[in-house]
Design a protein around this ligand. Structure first.
Ligand code: UT7
Length: 324
């Protein structure tokens, strides 16, 4: 009998500290009006000294496991989508595994920038479908604010910190209907962080490379186009039409990008989960945070059809069509 993945529980982990657009006005040349009208962002959560990606992932994971009624010993696999790991190694998934007491199960990170959760979800779904795992913890967790140049108004106003998690369980009923992943390494320069291990650190230039570099307008155009095609691809692969969709749960980078995808799908904004005004762009955290909010607010009901999508550095982009 075919095996599918079902979402058994969801959870969130947000830092307590909030930075509003008005706060940003104090130290960078910007305005609440510019940020809100160009992006939809009003505030973002930010980590404080000592608070890490794993701290946020742990909160989200525990909430998702409680919602799913799953204990740490039942987990076969932990996958964390992140571009801002606590350390270069071990992976944040390994750190998280020990924190929650799931020692022994497989654990690894996936780096696909803002698409990290969709990529991690897809890997987990494939493990379950292949019969190699029954219960999987999938997390998207980031502390992007750790690598922002706070004097660069082009980027520092856009990002926030946070984590979201789901527990997937094997089931005879779908569940995740399909996932679709894409990447184009040819567009690297449009959105990246130049710091790396093997390209060499430059300690003499303090924090010289520790920053997100983005050609915002170019990324915007590529994102809208890629998301248009990936949502079409997901519906076609399942023989479903736009009208079958109950909810769009998009990556939260920019309200205008979200609205463009909703228009493409002929969906009213009432059917779109929006958190960008509260969270900013939390990269791999954004889709699972939005999903958890949709579930806990009672908006998303069992049996409904959800389309998740994301676009990010790499470029990477992808979707997941889910019968919740
Ligand atoms: O999650 C990963 C994927 N990332 C994204 O999807 C982000 C995609 N890009 C975007 O969301 C948008 O392109 C931005 C929000 C980054 C920028 O919006 P835009 O409408 O594309 O603006 P722009 O880059 O064309 O800049 C317009 C103007 C410029 O001034 P001039 O050259 O027209 O005089 C900028 O210098 O806005 C200026 N500007 C700002 N002004 C006030 C840029 N940042 C700011 C700022 N405050 N924070």
């Amino acid at each position: 009998m075919a095996v599918f993945s079902r979402i058994a529980g969801t959870g969130s982990g947000l830092p307590e500290k909030i930075l509003t657009n008005k706060d940003l006005e104090q130290f960078v040349e910007t305005t609440d009006e510019w940020i809100a009208s160009r992006t939809g962002i009003r505030q973002r959560h930010v980590v404080v000294e000592g608070e890490t990606t794993c701290d946020l992932a742990e909160r989200a994971a525990i909430a998702a496991m409680q919602a799913a009624g799953v204990t740490a010993s039942e987990l076969d696999l932990i996958i964390v989508g992140t571009t801002t790991p606590d350390l270069i190694f071990p992976s944040t998934a390994c750190l998280l595994q020990h924190r929650i007491g799931a020692n022994g199960c497989a654990a690894f990170d996936v780096n696909a920038a803002c698409s990290g959760f969709i990529f991690a979800l897809s890997v987990a779904d494939n493990f379950i479908r292949a019969g190699n795992a029954k219960t999987v913890l999938v997390v998207g967790a980031e502390t992007l604010t750790r690598m922002l140049d706070w004097s660069d108004r082009n980027t520092c106003v856009l990002f926030g910190d946070g984590a979201g998690a789901v527990v997937l369980k094997a089931d005879t009923q779908a569940g995740i209907l399909s996932t679709h992943l894409h990447a184009d390494g040819g567009k690297k320069e449009l959105l990246y962080n130049p710091v790396g291990v093997s390209v060499g650190f430059k300690p003499e230039e303090k924090n010289a490379g520790v920053r997100v570099l983005m050609s915002g307008n170019e990324v915007f155009k590529h994102a809208v186009k890629a998301l248009d095609s990936v949502v079409d691809e997901a519906l076609e692969a399942n023989g479903l039409s736009k009208a079958d969709l109950d909810w769009l749960i998009p990556h939260q980078a920019n309200l205008r990008i979200i609205e463009a995808t909703a228009r493409r799908l002929e969906m009213s904004m009432d059917q779109v989960i929006v958190t960008v005004h509260k969270h900013g762009n939390t990269s791999a955290g954004s889709v699972p945070l939005a999903l958890d909010e949709a579930v806990r607010s009672g908006k998303v009901q069992r049996g409904q059809l959800l389309l998740l999508e994301a676009f990010g550095g790499g470029f990477t982009w992808g979707s997941a069509l889910i019968r919740y």
